[in-house]
Design a protein around this ligand. Structure first.
Ligand SMILES: Cc1cc2nc3c(=O)[nH]c(=O)nc-3n(C[C@H](O)[C@H](O)[C@H](O)COP(=O)(O)O)c2cc1C
Length: 403
């Protein structure tokens, strides 16, 4: 409901992902928001102002020096008469201009003149995204208070290339806008939360690794739900292809040891929710060079060694959070295994789910969980991972108030 009645100024810049902005307009409007579009010159090469205007049911602003537009609305009013400025897609070019305070067209002038929150959804080729110049600009913009959603990893629309640079999906952008505009109760204001999410990648050699099917959807949704309730959230994530949630401090890691270090560095906290599917074992000594297959040679054997147990470390730490929650992904004896985990790891609550392939939970969008506490078990119905996150965040707020 956060978007109902809200006025979104949508700036579309010249990237191939501009086609997704048409769907974005629909998704924003069906949630009750009004959308006033601005298109850069570049954007008009990708989608027509006719399509954008028809979907937005509003005039499309394109020209800083349009006498008519300046007389009717004016660029300063355009910049202020809204609740949120949304830039989607945000090109490398537009963000470079924003980072340097340029104002040489309507979009950049409005971005410099606005006093409203700005949410940007970057979209570009992975090499453009990884370029030090883009990284510098993003850092500057973050310091200036600009919020970001995405980009995600995956295949690029215009080439067969894959990597990080895809614009977040329209519904992910909508969720980020909702989170920013949400003026609901903030029972977790002033509370610090650490959440882990996704799988870990344990190297075998420089190109191969041991991993699992975790998508990060559940952990990311929990981090976002806690942030919506006002918590100061640090999200430590293994490699995933979904975008970073809005409003959380992100720490990207690869290996279990890196994840443990990041979690311990983020302590103290009021609550820790350990959702990541951390590999139990890693290769004892990963090869420096790619392992080669030579005819006639024997097949290599991988000697494994135990990874740090992050949940147990946090559960028994001298600065243990007031509330420690672990996730148990099991394929058999879900309840019994989760009970054991509760005891051994020093957790207050274990959220257990059956990740047998037939359930479709691991990597999927729905979840069916059991909450295992010392004083009992609660089975939740089949829910979306977002709904599980909402319920869990509410429960955390309730528990922290009692402690
Ligand atoms: C086919 C094509 C696709 C492009 N896709 C992107 C893109 O996804 N992201 C990006 O930053 N630039 C992209 N560019 C380059 C921008 O269009 C170019 O930098 C332009 O100056 C951006 O203008 P604007 O930021 O004012 O809209 C693309 C260019 C072409 C020709």
């Amino acid at each position: 409901m956060a978007l109902s009645g809200k006025r979104i100024l949508l700036i579309i810049s010249g990237g191939i992902a501009a086609y997704k902005s048409l769907d974005l307009i629909r998704r924003l409007r069906e949630r009750g928001a009004s959308v006033r579009p601005i298109m850069t010159k570049g954007a008009q090469e990708f989608v027509t102002s006719l399509a954008v205007g028809a979907l937005a049911a509003d005039h499309v602003f394109t020209d800083l020096f349009s006498r008519q537009d300046e007389q009717d609305v004016g660029h300063i009013r355009l910049a202020r008469d809204c609740d949120l400025v949304l830039v989607a897609p945000a090109t490398a070019d537009l963000m470079a201009k924003m980072a340097n305070g340029l104002a040489d067209d309507l979009a950049t002038t409005v971005l410099l003149a606005t006093d409203r929150p700005v949410l940007a959804a970057p979209a570009m080729n992975p090499r453009m995204w990884a370029h030090p110049a883009t990284k510098r600009n993003i850092e500057t913009l973050r310091r200036d208070g600009i919020r970001f959603i995405g980009p995600a990893a995956g295949e690029m629309a215009e080439s067969r290339e894959t990597g990080t640079g895809r614009m977040a999906e329209p519904l992910e952008i909508v969720a980020a806008a909702e989170a920013l505009l949400d003026d609901g109760p903030k029972p977790l204001a002033g509370k610090k939360a650490i959440v882990t999410s996704g799988p870990t990648h344990e190297p075998i050699d420089p190109v191969r690794y041991i991993a699992n099917r975790s998508s990060g959807r559940q952990g990311h949704a929990i981090a976002a739900a806690l942030a919506r309730l006002g918590a100061d959230v640090t999200l430590v994530s293994g490699p995933v292809t979904i975008p970073d949630p809005v409003g959380v401090r992100m720490l990207h890691v690869e290996r279990a040891e890196e994840m443990r270090d990041a979690v311990l560095a983020a302590l103290p906290a009021d609550v820790a929710v350990m959702v990541a599917a951390v590999a139990d074992w890693r290769v004892a000594s990963a090869a420096d060079q790619k392992l080669k297959k030579h005819p006639g040679e024997s097949i290599p054997t991988l000697a494994l060694t135990e990874n740090p147990d992050i949940l147990k470390t946090v559960g028994h730490h001298t600065t243990r959070p007031k509330l420690v929650i672990g996730f148990a992904a099991e394929t058999q004896d879900v309840e019994a295994n989760a009970r054991l985990k509760l005891e051994r790891k020093g957790a207050d609550l274990i959220v257990a789910n059956d990740v047998s392939p037939s359930t479709g939970i691991m990597g999927g969008t729905r979840n069916s969980v059991k909450l295992i506490r010392r004083d009992g078990i609660e089975q939740w119905p089949d829910l979306s991972k977002d709904e599980v996150a909402e319920r869990l965040a509410a429960l955390i707020a309730e528990q922290l108030m009692q402690r």
